[in-house]
Design a protein around this ligand. Sequence first.
Ligand code: URA
Length: 269
Amino acid sequence: MNHITKLQENLLTAVQVSPYREKTIVFGEGAEAPLLMMIGEAPGGDEEKQGRPFVGKAGKNLSAFLEVVGLKREEIYISNVVKLRPTKESPKTGKAVNRPPSAEEIAFFLPFLQAEIQTIAPKVLVTLGNVPLKAVTGEKKAVIGDYHGRPVALADGRTLFALYHPAAVIYNRSLQAVYDADLLELKAFLQREVEELAPLANIHDLRIVPGPTHTNVIFDCAVPAEYMTDKQHRGVKLVNALRNAVQAKWPDHFCVIKLEPDYAPVHHE
Ligand code: URA
């Protein structure tokens, strides 16, 4: 069982003996060693129905975000601070409608989010709105207006890049231009992160292999062993840099990268 599955089991066990035992739990999902982890506030109705974060309307916002910053959903990890849908009864219809998460809900799920970040170990945390910003910084008084749109170094070596929550942008149209500019800043920041490492790849074999559905570009690429595990995530950044290079050169090809630690030569028959 991998670490994240174990973590999820622990959370389900804690939920069983909590006031939330009747609720649907929506876990994070995505890449195992991503450069970027996105953290929202809490699941909404679509997420509760499907048991997945950022689907339905929020999924559309996420797709627009990914398009701008040049990443694919499966390349990042996506989660929320609170793993259940906070609801209240609508006085008009009597139906469950969304409400902001309570302080108790946030406190209950916070240790799990912290463990999740440690396990997924992304270099960059993108938070959406005030709830994940406070959760990640540990600053109760942190507000998005002071943090958005720029990289902020965190004590654990990761980088926080805070954004307004897309829902806030819908309610306050004047934030649209700010949100758009922040996304471009994030894109430029991510590009700098990966480009800085591209020349360090010691690529000693590149093979172009036609497959049944697409052509593969296979790199065997030697990197210093410490890149694979270091806190700067240089191994991950290198992979992203190579992938971007392949995308630019051969947009229809599939990129396979094999990282070999310690400049060990790789032999092929
Ligand atoms: N959907 C989520 O999963 N999280 C949010 O913050 C908003 C919508």
